[in-house]
Design a binder for this molecule. Structure first.
Ligand SMILES: [Cu+2]
Length: 156
């Protein structure tokens, strides 16, 4: 009887692991920070010139938490996505596959915010893994290629 209960518990925990939302495995360069965590605030402006403008250049250190407050001043949608190069490519492919429905792609990534024209949203992020290349980018079709990204490295 006891072992049956144990088996049940194992099955339950296996199901929990399998059913966990994909947001758990976030990124090699960190993860979203707790909403109450103290953070440095950096404002980011996106617009249709495909320049990503920061109120100050993000100095990214392992363990540092930065709250990115992002505003879309353009007339088209933009996004702000934090990840390494492989994650950027994967996300870009996903957005392309979904074509116009980028909102759907965005909901499965906790390292992205999608902004309609005029919108401001924030993404609070704790950086991790010194030495890793971090890319901040917009992966709406053609935007990355037009230069809408910023690359830096996680410092010790
Ligand atoms: Cu964009």
């Amino acid at each position: 009887m006891k072992s049956r209960f144990a088996l049940g518990a194992i099955a339950m925990s296996a199901m929990f692991v399998l059913c966990r939302p994909s947001v758990a495995a976030v990124s090699s360069v960190g993860a979203p920070a707790d909403e109450f965590a103290l953070a440095t605030e950096i404002r980011v402006t996106l617009d249709d010139t495909f320049q990503m403008k920061f109120s100050e250049k993000p100095v990214v250190k392992a363990g540092n938490i930065i709250n990115f407050v992002v505003t879309n001043r353009g007339r088209i949608r933009h996004e702000f996505f934090i990840g390494d190069k492989a994650e950027q490519l994967k996300h870009k492919r996903k957005i392309r596959a979904l074509r116009g429905t980028a909102e759907n792609a965005q909901t499965s990534f906790s390292n992205a915010i999608l902004l309609a024209p005029g919108q401001t949203k924030s993404l609070k992020w704790r950086f991790d893994n010194p030495g890793k290349v971090v890319i901040f980018a917009c992966n709406m079709p053609g935007h990355y290629e037009a230069g809408e990204y910023y690359i830096t490295v996680v410092e010790e």
